[in-house]
Design a protein around this ligand. Structure first.
Ligand code: FAD
Ligand code: 2HG
Ligand code: ZN
Length: 489
Protein backbone atom coordinates (compact mmCIF):
# COMPACT_ATOMS: atom_id res chain seq x y z
CA UNK A 1 0.00 0.00 0.00
CA UNK A 2 1.19 3.54 -0.65
CA UNK A 3 -0.01 4.35 2.89
CA UNK A 4 1.77 1.49 4.68
CA UNK A 5 4.96 0.50 2.85
CA UNK A 6 5.83 -2.05 5.60
CA UNK A 7 2.61 -4.07 5.24
CA UNK A 8 1.82 -6.43 2.39
CA UNK A 9 -1.74 -7.11 1.28
CA UNK A 10 -2.59 -10.71 2.15
CA UNK A 11 -2.88 -12.44 -1.23
CA UNK A 12 -5.34 -14.99 0.11
CA UNK A 13 -8.01 -12.31 0.12
CA UNK A 14 -10.09 -12.00 -3.04
CA UNK A 15 -10.43 -8.76 -4.98
CA UNK A 16 -13.97 -7.40 -5.03
CA UNK A 17 -15.90 -8.10 -8.20
CA UNK A 18 -19.19 -6.87 -9.65
CA UNK A 19 -20.65 -10.25 -8.78
CA UNK A 20 -19.83 -9.77 -5.08
CA UNK A 21 -21.41 -6.33 -5.14
CA UNK A 22 -24.53 -7.70 -6.82
CA UNK A 23 -24.89 -10.26 -4.01
CA UNK A 24 -24.67 -7.56 -1.30
CA UNK A 25 -26.99 -5.21 -3.17
CA UNK A 26 -29.57 -7.92 -3.45
CA UNK A 27 -29.17 -8.88 0.22
CA UNK A 28 -29.39 -5.37 1.66
CA UNK A 29 -32.09 -4.16 -0.71
CA UNK A 30 -32.08 -0.44 -0.03
CA UNK A 31 -29.65 2.00 -1.64
CA UNK A 32 -28.89 3.67 1.69
CA UNK A 33 -27.41 0.43 3.03
CA UNK A 34 -24.58 0.18 0.53
CA UNK A 35 -21.93 2.53 -0.80
CA UNK A 36 -20.47 0.95 -3.87
CA UNK A 37 -17.22 2.19 -5.31
CA UNK A 38 -16.70 -0.97 -7.35
CA UNK A 39 -19.32 -0.62 -10.05
CA UNK A 40 -19.63 3.15 -9.65
CA UNK A 41 -17.40 6.04 -8.64
CA UNK A 42 -18.37 6.74 -5.04
CA UNK A 43 -14.95 7.89 -3.87
CA UNK A 44 -16.19 11.00 -2.03
CA UNK A 45 -18.94 9.09 -0.24
CA UNK A 46 -16.54 6.34 0.83
CA UNK A 47 -13.78 8.66 2.04
CA UNK A 48 -15.17 9.19 5.58
CA UNK A 49 -15.27 5.40 6.11
CA UNK A 50 -11.69 5.00 4.92
CA UNK A 51 -10.21 7.72 7.07
CA UNK A 52 -9.93 7.66 10.86
CA UNK A 53 -10.85 10.37 13.37
CA UNK A 54 -7.28 11.65 13.64
CA UNK A 55 -6.68 11.55 9.86
CA UNK A 56 -3.65 9.45 10.63
CA UNK A 57 -4.81 6.13 9.18
CA UNK A 58 -6.32 5.70 5.73
CA UNK A 59 -7.56 2.68 3.83
CA UNK A 60 -8.63 2.07 0.25
CA UNK A 61 -11.90 0.23 0.58
CA UNK A 62 -14.39 0.35 -2.26
CA UNK A 63 -17.43 -1.04 -0.52
CA UNK A 64 -19.27 -0.01 2.64
CA UNK A 65 -22.13 -2.18 3.88
CA UNK A 66 -24.65 -1.02 6.46
CA UNK A 67 -26.65 -4.02 7.66
CA UNK A 68 -29.98 -3.38 9.33
CA UNK A 69 -30.33 -6.63 11.27
CA UNK A 70 -28.37 -9.46 12.86
CA UNK A 71 -29.54 -11.73 10.08
CA UNK A 72 -28.01 -9.40 7.48
CA UNK A 73 -24.72 -9.24 9.41
CA UNK A 74 -24.73 -13.03 9.51
CA UNK A 75 -25.35 -13.37 5.76
CA UNK A 76 -22.69 -10.77 4.95
CA UNK A 77 -20.06 -12.53 7.04
CA UNK A 78 -20.94 -16.00 5.77
CA UNK A 79 -20.57 -14.78 2.19
CA UNK A 80 -17.29 -12.98 2.98
CA UNK A 81 -15.92 -16.04 4.73
CA UNK A 82 -16.90 -18.35 1.86
CA UNK A 83 -15.41 -15.98 -0.71
CA UNK A 84 -12.30 -14.89 1.23
CA UNK A 85 -13.31 -11.25 1.45
CA UNK A 86 -11.72 -9.33 4.32
CA UNK A 87 -13.92 -7.18 6.57
CA UNK A 88 -13.48 -4.24 8.94
CA UNK A 89 -16.27 -3.84 11.52
CA UNK A 90 -16.92 -0.16 12.08
CA UNK A 91 -18.90 1.73 14.71
CA UNK A 92 -18.69 5.51 15.08
CA UNK A 93 -15.11 5.54 13.74
CA UNK A 94 -13.81 7.48 16.75
CA UNK A 95 -11.14 4.91 17.66
CA UNK A 96 -7.65 6.29 18.25
CA UNK A 97 -5.43 3.37 17.20
CA UNK A 98 -6.30 2.91 13.53
CA UNK A 99 -8.49 -0.15 14.17
CA UNK A 100 -11.73 1.07 12.62
CA UNK A 101 -10.60 1.76 9.05
CA UNK A 102 -9.27 -0.61 6.39
CA UNK A 103 -5.58 -1.02 5.69
CA UNK A 104 -6.10 -2.04 2.05
CA UNK A 105 -9.41 -2.81 0.35
CA UNK A 106 -11.24 -4.62 3.17
CA UNK A 107 -15.03 -4.21 3.10
CA UNK A 108 -16.31 -1.88 5.82
CA UNK A 109 -19.30 -3.26 7.73
CA UNK A 110 -20.66 -0.15 9.37
CA UNK A 111 -23.15 -0.67 12.20
CA UNK A 112 -24.92 2.71 12.17
CA UNK A 113 -28.27 1.35 10.92
CA UNK A 114 -28.58 -1.05 13.86
CA UNK A 115 -29.45 1.71 16.30
CA UNK A 116 -32.59 0.65 18.16
CA UNK A 117 -33.18 0.41 21.89
CA UNK A 118 -34.73 -3.04 22.30
CA UNK A 119 -35.89 -3.04 25.90
CA UNK A 120 -35.30 -1.45 29.26
CA UNK A 121 -36.24 -2.84 32.66
CA UNK A 122 -36.98 0.09 34.98
CA UNK A 123 -36.66 -2.05 38.10
CA UNK A 124 -33.34 -3.75 37.44
CA UNK A 125 -31.81 -1.04 35.19
CA UNK A 126 -30.98 -3.52 32.44
CA UNK A 127 -30.77 -2.00 28.96
CA UNK A 128 -30.81 -4.13 25.81
CA UNK A 129 -29.92 -2.26 22.63
CA UNK A 130 -28.48 -2.70 19.17
CA UNK A 131 -24.75 -2.20 18.81
CA UNK A 132 -25.05 0.83 16.52
CA UNK A 133 -26.79 3.04 19.11
CA UNK A 134 -24.81 6.21 19.67
CA UNK A 135 -23.59 6.36 23.27
CA UNK A 136 -25.06 9.81 23.94
CA UNK A 137 -28.42 8.75 22.48
CA UNK A 138 -28.53 5.69 24.73
CA UNK A 139 -27.65 7.87 27.72
CA UNK A 140 -30.40 10.40 26.88
CA UNK A 141 -32.89 7.56 26.71
CA UNK A 142 -31.70 6.33 30.11
CA UNK A 143 -31.86 9.85 31.57
CA UNK A 144 -35.57 9.94 30.76
CA UNK A 145 -35.95 6.84 32.95
CA UNK A 146 -33.76 8.12 35.80
CA UNK A 147 -30.78 5.96 34.84
CA UNK A 148 -27.32 6.57 33.39
CA UNK A 149 -25.11 4.66 30.95
CA UNK A 150 -22.19 3.35 33.03
CA UNK A 151 -19.65 4.79 30.57
CA UNK A 152 -18.99 8.35 29.44
CA UNK A 153 -16.34 9.73 27.12
CA UNK A 154 -15.56 12.76 24.99
CA UNK A 155 -16.60 10.98 21.76
CA UNK A 156 -20.09 10.16 23.12
CA UNK A 157 -21.84 12.12 20.35
CA UNK A 158 -20.45 9.79 17.66
CA UNK A 159 -19.19 6.51 19.15
CA UNK A 160 -21.43 3.44 19.20
CA UNK A 161 -22.07 1.27 22.23
CA UNK A 162 -20.95 -1.71 20.12
CA UNK A 163 -17.69 0.14 19.41
CA UNK A 164 -17.37 0.90 23.11
CA UNK A 165 -17.60 -2.81 23.92
CA UNK A 166 -15.29 -3.76 21.07
CA UNK A 167 -12.60 -1.44 22.49
CA UNK A 168 -13.53 -1.97 26.14
CA UNK A 169 -13.59 1.82 26.45
CA UNK A 170 -12.78 3.16 29.91
CA UNK A 171 -13.68 6.83 29.91
CA UNK A 172 -14.35 9.44 32.53
CA UNK A 173 -16.29 7.57 35.22
CA UNK A 174 -14.67 4.16 35.34
CA UNK A 175 -13.57 5.09 38.85
CA UNK A 176 -17.23 5.04 39.86
CA UNK A 177 -19.00 2.54 37.61
CA UNK A 178 -16.19 0.14 36.82
CA UNK A 179 -15.18 -1.45 33.53
CA UNK A 180 -17.47 -2.85 30.84
CA UNK A 181 -16.17 -6.28 31.82
CA UNK A 182 -18.30 -5.82 34.93
CA UNK A 183 -21.33 -3.92 33.65
CA UNK A 184 -22.03 -5.82 30.41
CA UNK A 185 -24.45 -8.65 31.14
CA UNK A 186 -24.71 -10.15 27.70
CA UNK A 187 -24.03 -9.74 24.01
CA UNK A 188 -25.18 -11.04 20.68
CA UNK A 189 -22.28 -11.47 18.29
CA UNK A 190 -21.83 -12.82 14.77
CA UNK A 191 -18.73 -14.91 14.11
CA UNK A 192 -16.67 -14.83 10.93
CA UNK A 193 -18.55 -17.77 9.36
CA UNK A 194 -21.93 -16.16 10.04
CA UNK A 195 -22.76 -18.11 13.20
CA UNK A 196 -24.93 -16.02 15.53
CA UNK A 197 -23.88 -16.41 19.17
CA UNK A 198 -26.87 -15.45 21.29
CA UNK A 199 -25.63 -14.67 24.79
CA UNK A 200 -27.95 -11.72 25.33
CA UNK A 201 -28.22 -12.58 29.00
CA UNK A 202 -30.02 -10.11 31.28
CA UNK A 203 -28.99 -11.72 34.53
CA UNK A 204 -26.64 -10.12 36.99
CA UNK A 205 -25.15 -13.45 38.00
CA UNK A 206 -24.47 -16.36 35.70
CA UNK A 207 -21.65 -18.76 36.49
CA UNK A 208 -22.51 -21.50 34.05
CA UNK A 209 -19.31 -22.26 32.22
CA UNK A 210 -16.70 -20.00 30.64
CA UNK A 211 -17.83 -16.39 30.39
CA UNK A 212 -17.33 -16.17 26.61
CA UNK A 213 -18.73 -12.66 26.18
CA UNK A 214 -15.67 -11.28 27.96
CA UNK A 215 -13.50 -12.33 25.01
CA UNK A 216 -15.42 -10.03 22.67
CA UNK A 217 -15.14 -7.05 25.02
CA UNK A 218 -11.89 -5.44 23.89
CA UNK A 219 -11.40 -7.77 20.88
CA UNK A 220 -11.60 -4.79 18.50
CA UNK A 221 -13.66 -6.62 15.90
CA UNK A 222 -11.09 -9.39 15.36
CA UNK A 223 -13.23 -12.37 16.40
CA UNK A 224 -16.81 -11.31 15.72
CA UNK A 225 -19.19 -8.43 15.09
CA UNK A 226 -21.17 -7.40 18.14
CA UNK A 227 -24.79 -6.83 17.11
CA UNK A 228 -26.61 -6.40 20.45
CA UNK A 229 -25.67 -5.46 23.98
CA UNK A 230 -27.27 -6.04 27.36
CA UNK A 231 -25.87 -3.80 30.06
CA UNK A 232 -26.49 -3.03 33.72
CA UNK A 233 -27.16 0.70 34.16
CA UNK A 234 -26.92 2.51 37.50
CA UNK A 235 -29.46 4.96 38.89
CA UNK A 236 -28.72 8.50 37.67
CA UNK A 237 -27.55 10.66 40.56
CA UNK A 238 -29.86 13.51 41.49
CA UNK A 239 -26.93 15.81 42.22
CA UNK A 240 -23.68 16.30 40.34
CA UNK A 241 -20.94 18.72 41.29
CA UNK A 242 -17.61 19.58 39.77
CA UNK A 243 -14.52 21.20 41.26
CA UNK A 244 -11.45 22.33 39.32
CA UNK A 245 -8.12 22.69 41.14
CA UNK A 246 -4.68 24.08 40.43
CA UNK A 247 -1.72 22.25 42.04
CA UNK A 248 1.99 22.98 42.29
CA UNK A 249 3.43 19.47 41.81
CA UNK A 250 2.58 15.90 40.92
CA UNK A 251 3.20 14.94 44.56
CA UNK A 252 0.38 17.28 45.51
CA UNK A 253 -1.85 15.74 42.85
CA UNK A 254 -1.31 12.36 44.52
CA UNK A 255 -2.07 13.79 47.95
CA UNK A 256 -5.24 15.40 46.59
CA UNK A 257 -6.34 12.05 45.17
CA UNK A 258 -5.79 10.35 48.56
CA UNK A 259 -7.76 13.10 50.30
CA UNK A 260 -10.57 13.01 47.74
CA UNK A 261 -11.05 9.29 48.19
CA UNK A 262 -11.01 9.66 51.96
CA UNK A 263 -13.27 12.70 52.28
CA UNK A 264 -15.62 12.30 49.34
CA UNK A 265 -15.62 8.49 49.30
CA UNK A 266 -18.98 7.20 48.03
CA UNK A 267 -19.90 10.39 46.12
CA UNK A 268 -16.61 10.68 44.19
CA UNK A 269 -17.38 9.90 40.52
CA UNK A 270 -14.35 11.20 38.59
CA UNK A 271 -10.81 12.35 39.33
CA UNK A 272 -9.13 13.63 36.20
CA UNK A 273 -5.67 15.10 35.65
CA UNK A 274 -4.53 17.77 33.19
CA UNK A 275 -1.10 19.39 32.93
CA UNK A 276 -0.56 23.05 32.10
CA UNK A 277 0.63 22.21 28.58
CA UNK A 278 -2.64 20.49 27.71
CA UNK A 279 -4.69 23.36 29.11
CA UNK A 280 -2.63 25.97 27.26
CA UNK A 281 -3.42 24.18 23.98
CA UNK A 282 -7.16 24.03 24.77
CA UNK A 283 -7.03 27.73 25.54
CA UNK A 284 -5.18 28.42 22.27
CA UNK A 285 -7.85 26.61 20.24
CA UNK A 286 -11.03 27.64 22.07
CA UNK A 287 -9.97 31.05 23.37
CA UNK A 288 -12.21 30.38 26.40
CA UNK A 289 -11.54 32.08 29.71
CA UNK A 290 -9.51 29.84 32.00
CA UNK A 291 -11.27 28.51 35.12
CA UNK A 292 -8.54 29.79 37.46
CA UNK A 293 -6.80 33.14 37.36
CA UNK A 294 -3.26 31.86 37.75
CA UNK A 295 -1.49 29.05 35.97
CA UNK A 296 -0.26 25.91 37.72
CA UNK A 297 1.79 22.95 36.51
CA UNK A 298 -1.18 20.64 37.17
CA UNK A 299 -4.96 20.77 37.36
CA UNK A 300 -7.46 18.24 38.64
CA UNK A 301 -11.13 17.93 37.91
CA UNK A 302 -13.14 16.24 40.61
CA UNK A 303 -16.75 15.24 40.10
CA UNK A 304 -19.18 14.06 42.73
CA UNK A 305 -22.46 12.29 42.07
CA UNK A 306 -24.88 11.71 44.91
CA UNK A 307 -28.50 11.80 45.92
CA UNK A 308 -28.55 15.02 47.94
CA UNK A 309 -27.35 18.27 46.33
CA UNK A 310 -26.96 20.23 49.57
CA UNK A 311 -25.14 17.44 51.34
CA UNK A 312 -22.81 16.87 48.37
CA UNK A 313 -21.88 20.51 47.84
CA UNK A 314 -21.28 20.94 51.55
CA UNK A 315 -18.92 17.98 51.45
CA UNK A 316 -17.14 19.24 48.35
CA UNK A 317 -16.85 22.77 49.79
CA UNK A 318 -15.41 21.38 53.02
CA UNK A 319 -13.00 19.24 51.03
CA UNK A 320 -11.82 22.23 48.99
CA UNK A 321 -11.28 24.32 52.13
CA UNK A 322 -9.40 21.49 53.82
CA UNK A 323 -7.01 20.76 50.95
CA UNK A 324 -6.35 24.47 50.44
CA UNK A 325 -5.66 24.95 54.14
CA UNK A 326 -3.25 22.02 54.13
CA UNK A 327 -1.49 23.49 51.10
CA UNK A 328 -2.26 20.47 48.92
CA UNK A 329 -4.24 22.53 46.46
CA UNK A 330 -3.13 26.04 45.43
CA UNK A 331 -6.43 27.33 44.07
CA UNK A 332 -9.80 25.93 43.09
CA UNK A 333 -13.29 26.68 41.89
CA UNK A 334 -16.66 24.93 42.15
CA UNK A 335 -19.27 24.89 39.40
CA UNK A 336 -22.27 26.95 40.52
CA UNK A 337 -24.72 25.79 37.88
CA UNK A 338 -25.19 23.45 34.94
CA UNK A 339 -23.43 25.84 32.51
CA UNK A 340 -20.35 26.03 34.70
CA UNK A 341 -20.46 22.28 35.27
CA UNK A 342 -20.29 21.78 31.51
CA UNK A 343 -17.66 24.41 30.89
CA UNK A 344 -15.34 23.00 33.58
CA UNK A 345 -15.72 19.52 32.07
CA UNK A 346 -14.93 20.98 28.63
CA UNK A 347 -11.40 21.84 29.82
CA UNK A 348 -10.83 18.11 30.31
CA UNK A 349 -13.11 16.46 27.75
CA UNK A 350 -12.12 18.93 25.02
CA UNK A 351 -8.37 18.23 25.03
CA UNK A 352 -8.40 15.53 22.35
CA UNK A 353 -10.52 17.62 20.01
CA UNK A 354 -8.47 20.79 20.60
CA UNK A 355 -5.20 19.01 19.88
CA UNK A 356 -6.76 17.51 16.76
CA UNK A 357 -7.26 21.04 15.40
CA UNK A 358 -3.60 21.90 15.78
CA UNK A 359 -2.06 19.24 13.53
CA UNK A 360 -0.84 15.68 13.94
CA UNK A 361 -0.84 14.09 17.39
CA UNK A 362 1.16 11.06 18.52
CA UNK A 363 -0.92 9.44 21.27
CA UNK A 364 0.17 7.01 23.94
CA UNK A 365 -2.46 5.62 26.28
CA UNK A 366 -0.73 3.96 29.17
CA UNK A 367 -1.21 2.47 32.62
CA UNK A 368 1.67 2.86 35.02
CA UNK A 369 1.85 2.79 38.82
CA UNK A 370 0.49 6.20 39.84
CA UNK A 371 3.71 7.28 41.55
CA UNK A 372 5.50 7.41 38.18
CA UNK A 373 2.55 8.45 36.04
CA UNK A 374 3.81 11.89 35.10
CA UNK A 375 7.51 11.03 34.90
CA UNK A 376 6.82 9.55 31.46
CA UNK A 377 5.74 12.97 30.17
CA UNK A 378 8.84 14.66 31.54
CA UNK A 379 11.22 12.03 30.20
CA UNK A 380 9.56 12.09 26.79
CA UNK A 381 9.65 15.88 26.61
CA UNK A 382 13.34 15.89 27.51
CA UNK A 383 14.04 13.29 24.83
CA UNK A 384 12.15 15.14 22.09
CA UNK A 385 13.87 18.36 23.12
CA UNK A 386 17.32 16.77 23.12
CA UNK A 387 16.66 15.55 19.58
CA UNK A 388 16.10 19.18 18.55
CA UNK A 389 12.48 18.57 17.54
CA UNK A 390 10.61 20.68 20.12
CA UNK A 391 10.16 24.42 19.73
CA UNK A 392 7.88 27.44 19.41
CA UNK A 393 8.46 28.18 15.76
CA UNK A 394 7.45 26.46 12.53
CA UNK A 395 10.85 24.91 11.91
CA UNK A 396 10.27 22.48 14.80
CA UNK A 397 7.83 19.62 14.14
CA UNK A 398 6.77 19.28 17.79
CA UNK A 399 4.72 22.00 19.42
CA UNK A 400 4.29 20.43 22.88
CA UNK A 401 4.55 17.20 24.87
CA UNK A 402 1.61 17.06 27.26
CA UNK A 403 0.00 14.66 29.70
CA UNK A 404 -3.50 14.23 31.07
CA UNK A 405 -5.83 11.40 31.86
CA UNK A 406 -7.77 9.31 34.25
CA UNK A 407 -5.71 9.81 37.39
CA UNK A 408 -8.15 7.76 39.41
CA UNK A 409 -7.44 4.73 37.19
CA UNK A 410 -3.66 5.17 36.89
CA UNK A 411 -4.21 5.89 33.17
CA UNK A 412 -2.16 8.60 31.50
CA UNK A 413 -2.62 10.03 28.01
CA UNK A 414 0.75 11.18 26.74
CA UNK A 415 0.15 13.36 23.68
CA UNK A 416 2.86 14.75 21.45
CA UNK A 417 1.28 17.62 19.53
CA UNK A 418 3.00 18.28 16.22
CA UNK A 419 2.71 20.78 13.42
CA UNK A 420 2.76 17.84 10.98
CA UNK A 421 3.28 14.09 11.20
CA UNK A 422 7.02 13.53 10.89
CA UNK A 423 8.98 10.27 10.81
CA UNK A 424 11.80 11.75 12.88
CA UNK A 425 9.37 12.37 15.72
CA UNK A 426 7.97 8.85 15.56
CA UNK A 427 11.50 7.41 15.65
CA UNK A 428 12.34 9.36 18.79
CA UNK A 429 9.10 8.25 20.47
CA UNK A 430 8.97 4.58 19.49
CA UNK A 431 9.99 2.19 20.87
CA UNK A 432 11.25 4.55 23.62
CA UNK A 433 7.80 5.03 25.18
CA UNK A 434 7.00 1.29 25.04
CA UNK A 435 10.34 0.34 26.60
CA UNK A 436 9.83 2.90 29.35
CA UNK A 437 6.46 1.36 30.17
CA UNK A 438 7.65 -2.24 29.97
CA UNK A 439 10.45 -1.48 32.45
CA UNK A 440 7.75 -0.52 34.95
CA UNK A 441 5.42 -3.43 34.15
CA UNK A 442 2.88 -0.96 32.82
CA UNK A 443 0.40 -1.38 29.98
CA UNK A 444 1.00 0.10 26.52
CA UNK A 445 -2.75 0.20 25.99
CA UNK A 446 -4.83 1.17 28.99
CA UNK A 447 -8.10 1.81 27.16
CA UNK A 448 -7.79 2.65 23.46
CA UNK A 449 -6.73 -0.82 22.30
CA UNK A 450 -4.09 -2.10 19.89
CA UNK A 451 -5.57 -1.57 16.44
CA UNK A 452 -2.98 -1.06 13.73
CA UNK A 453 -0.88 1.32 15.79
CA UNK A 454 0.23 -1.08 18.52
CA UNK A 455 -0.03 -4.45 16.83
CA UNK A 456 3.72 -4.89 16.68
CA UNK A 457 4.26 -3.69 20.23
CA UNK A 458 1.97 -6.12 22.09
CA UNK A 459 5.05 -7.96 23.39
CA UNK A 460 5.92 -4.99 25.60
CA UNK A 461 2.87 -5.70 27.76
CA UNK A 462 2.00 -9.37 27.16
CA UNK A 463 4.33 -12.37 27.39
CA UNK A 464 4.75 -14.92 24.55
CA UNK A 465 2.57 -17.52 26.29
CA UNK A 466 -0.32 -15.07 26.47
CA UNK A 467 0.14 -13.87 22.91
CA UNK A 468 0.14 -17.54 21.80
CA UNK A 469 -3.14 -18.17 23.62
CA UNK A 470 -4.60 -15.05 22.01
CA UNK A 471 -3.61 -16.36 18.57
CA UNK A 472 -5.38 -19.64 19.36
CA UNK A 473 -8.52 -17.72 20.26
CA UNK A 474 -8.33 -15.73 17.03
CA UNK A 475 -7.92 -18.93 15.01
CA UNK A 476 -10.83 -20.61 16.78
CA UNK A 477 -13.31 -17.82 16.13
CA UNK A 478 -11.98 -16.63 12.76
CA UNK A 479 -9.94 -19.48 11.21
CA UNK A 480 -9.62 -17.80 7.79
CA UNK A 481 -8.59 -14.49 9.35
CA UNK A 482 -11.13 -12.33 7.48
CA UNK A 483 -12.03 -10.12 10.47
CA UNK A 484 -10.03 -6.92 10.84
CA UNK A 485 -6.81 -8.33 9.34
CA UNK A 486 -3.34 -6.74 9.76
CA UNK A 487 -4.29 -5.48 13.24
CA UNK A 488 -4.31 -6.39 16.95
CA UNK A 489 -2.15 -9.54 17.02
P1 FAD B 1 -14.83 2.51 16.08
O1 FAD B 1 -13.82 3.57 16.16
O2 FAD B 1 -15.70 2.50 14.89
O3 FAD B 1 -14.11 1.08 16.17
C1 FAD B 1 -13.16 0.81 17.17
C2 FAD B 1 -12.76 -0.67 17.08
O4 FAD B 1 -13.87 -1.50 17.41
C3 FAD B 1 -12.33 -1.11 15.69
O5 FAD B 1 -11.33 -2.07 15.81
C4 FAD B 1 -13.59 -1.71 15.09
O6 FAD B 1 -13.29 -2.70 14.13
C5 FAD B 1 -14.26 -2.32 16.30
N1 FAD B 1 -15.73 -2.29 16.29
C6 FAD B 1 -16.55 -1.23 16.22
N2 FAD B 1 -17.84 -1.60 16.32
C7 FAD B 1 -17.83 -2.96 16.44
C8 FAD B 1 -18.84 -3.95 16.59
N3 FAD B 1 -20.14 -3.63 16.62
N4 FAD B 1 -18.46 -5.24 16.71
C9 FAD B 1 -17.15 -5.59 16.69
N5 FAD B 1 -16.15 -4.70 16.54
C10 FAD B 1 -16.50 -3.40 16.42
N6 FAD B 1 -11.66 5.81 24.55
C11 FAD B 1 -11.65 5.48 25.86
O7 FAD B 1 -11.48 4.31 26.19
N7 FAD B 1 -11.82 6.43 26.83
C12 FAD B 1 -12.02 7.73 26.54
O8 FAD B 1 -12.14 8.56 27.43
C13 FAD B 1 -12.05 8.10 25.16
N8 FAD B 1 -12.28 9.38 24.82
C14 FAD B 1 -12.27 9.73 23.51
C15 FAD B 1 -12.48 11.06 23.17
C16 FAD B 1 -12.47 11.46 21.85
C17 FAD B 1 -12.71 12.92 21.50
C18 FAD B 1 -12.22 10.50 20.83
C19 FAD B 1 -12.21 10.89 19.38
C20 FAD B 1 -12.02 9.18 21.16
C21 FAD B 1 -12.03 8.78 22.49
N9 FAD B 1 -11.83 7.45 22.86
C22 FAD B 1 -11.85 7.09 24.18
C23 FAD B 1 -11.61 6.43 21.83
C24 FAD B 1 -12.93 5.91 21.18
O9 FAD B 1 -13.95 6.85 21.28
C25 FAD B 1 -13.38 4.66 21.83
O10 FAD B 1 -12.42 3.68 21.55
C26 FAD B 1 -14.77 4.19 21.39
O11 FAD B 1 -15.14 3.15 22.28
C27 FAD B 1 -14.82 3.68 19.96
O12 FAD B 1 -16.17 3.49 19.56
P2 FAD B 1 -16.59 3.61 18.03
O13 FAD B 1 -18.01 3.22 17.91
O14 FAD B 1 -16.23 4.92 17.48
O15 FAD B 1 -15.70 2.46 17.40
C1 2HG C 1 -9.55 10.91 26.89
O1 2HG C 1 -9.43 10.43 28.02
C2 2HG C 1 -9.49 9.99 25.72
O2 2HG C 1 -9.79 12.11 26.70
C3 2HG C 1 -8.60 10.45 24.58
O3 2HG C 1 -9.17 8.69 26.10
C4 2HG C 1 -7.16 10.59 24.98
O4 2HG C 1 -6.66 11.75 22.97
C5 2HG C 1 -6.22 11.05 23.86
O5 2HG C 1 -5.04 10.71 23.93
ZN1 ZN D 1 -9.06 8.41 28.17
Amino acid sequence: SETYPDIQRDKRFAQLTQEHVAFFRNLLGTDSAIIDGVTSDAADDIEPFNSDWMRKYRGHCKLVLKPGSTDEVSKILKYCNDNMLAVVPQGGNTGLVGGSVPVFDEIVVNMSRMNQIIEFDEVSGTLVAEAGCILEGADHFLASKGYIFPLDLGAKGSCHIGGNLATNAGGLRLLRYGSLHGTVLGIEVVLADGTVVDDLCKLRKNNTGYDLKQLFIGAEGTIGIITKVSIQCPQRSAAQNVAFFGLESFDKVQQAFREAKGQLSEILSAFELMDEGSQALVRQVTNNKRPLEDQYPFYCLIETSGSNADHDSEKLQAFLEDVMEKGVVADGTLAQDETQYRSLWAWREGITEALGHLGGVYKYDVSIPIKELYQLVEDTRARVDAAGLLGDTDEYPVRAVVGYGHMGDGNLHLNVSTRRFDERVEKVLEPFVYEWIAERQGSISAEHGLGLMKKKYIGYSRNPTMVGLMRNIKNTFDPKGILNPYKYL
